[in-house]
Design a protein around this ligand. Structure first.
Ligand SMILES: Nc1ncnc2c1ncn2[C@@H]1O[C@H](COP(=O)(O)OP(=O)(O)OP(=O)(O)O)[C@@H](O)[C@H]1O
Ligand SMILES: O=C(O)c1ccc[n+]([C@@H]2O[C@H](COP(=O)([O-])O)[C@@H](O)[C@H]2O)c1
Length: 210
């Protein structure tokens, strides 16, 4: 069965790194990807842009294609946007369909700090997207939980709803939202790190200007 992939993020703002790796994951897995902005992201300061502003940027970024789909369910929930709650909800709505939670390599290394992280493997597969930068060492408890789960080929995810782990080798994109926010606050215009449509409406990047 064709999997459904989920790519969550603060998306403060959505950038070409997110879009490029989500698109390539969609091709590698032959799956649509739900692009899911978190309402109140756990374990980090609140986003600079409001939920409405981040959604407005995502809508512009996701125009003209149909494989990456905006999903705003986490914005409708109160409290921290725990991924495990989202995956329980998605699992309930998708029967035995394979679900693949996409995480950048940095996010994957931090998985043991997440709410109910071991349960995620009962609910979905995990696809780890390569990301340039210093490679964080995987904590021992993550290695213990995952060493038997790795598979090499996307086809191996199709016959099971959850429980496997795959490394998705995507084009290295050395772009981060933190750096983009810094550049905009310094009066710069990081054109080729962001979807060009974000520059068409001066209001979209206004939250980051000083
Ligand atoms: N350039 C990239 N390559 C691969 N994965 C990425 C890249 N940028 C972000 N990600 C992944 O996208 C998800 C959402 O990331 P997030 O919205 O926090 O972006 P970010 O650029 O890391 O932002 P910030 O700098 O604000 O932390 C995470 O799983 C993260 O690892
Ligand atoms: O569920 C958790 O405990 C949890 C802890 C940290 C991050 N997440 C999710 O991981 C995704 C990427 O997070 P971030 O902070 O890198 O944007 C986003 O969807 C967050 O909601 C989830």
């Amino acid at each position: 069965m064709k999997p459904l992939a989920i790519f969550g993020g603060t998306f403060d703002p959505i950038h070409l790194g997110h879009l490029c790796v989500a698109w390539e994951a969609s091709e590698l897995l032959d799956a649509e990807v739900l692009m899911m902005p978190s309402g109140i992201p756990p374990h980090r300061p609140p986003p600079i842009a409001s939920a409405e502003q981040r959604v407005a940027m995502l809508r512009v970024a996701l125009r003209d294609q149909s494989r990456l789909i905006l999903d705003t369910r986490e914005l409708a929930r109160s409290g921290s946007s725990y991924t495990v709650d989202t995956m329980v909800e998605l699992r309930a709505g998708h029967g035995e369909r394979p679900l693949v939670l996409l995480l950048g390599a940095d996010a994957f290394a931090g998985l043991p700090g997440w709410q109910g992280w071991r349960r995620l493997f009962e609910l979905a597969h995990i696809g780890v997207l390569s990301r340039p930068g210093e490679q964080a060492l995987l904590p021992d408890e993550l290695k213990r939980e995952t060493h038997h789960r790795w598979v090499d080929a996307p086809a191996a995810l199709r016959s099971l709803p959850s429980g496997k782990l795959i490394a998705l080798s995507v084009t290295p994109m050395e772009i981060s939202a933190t750096r983009i926010r810094e550049l905009i606050a310094a009066g710069r215009e990081p054109r080729y790190q962001l979807p060009s449509g974000l520059f068409d409406d001066p209001g979209l990047l206004a939250p980051y200007r000083r």
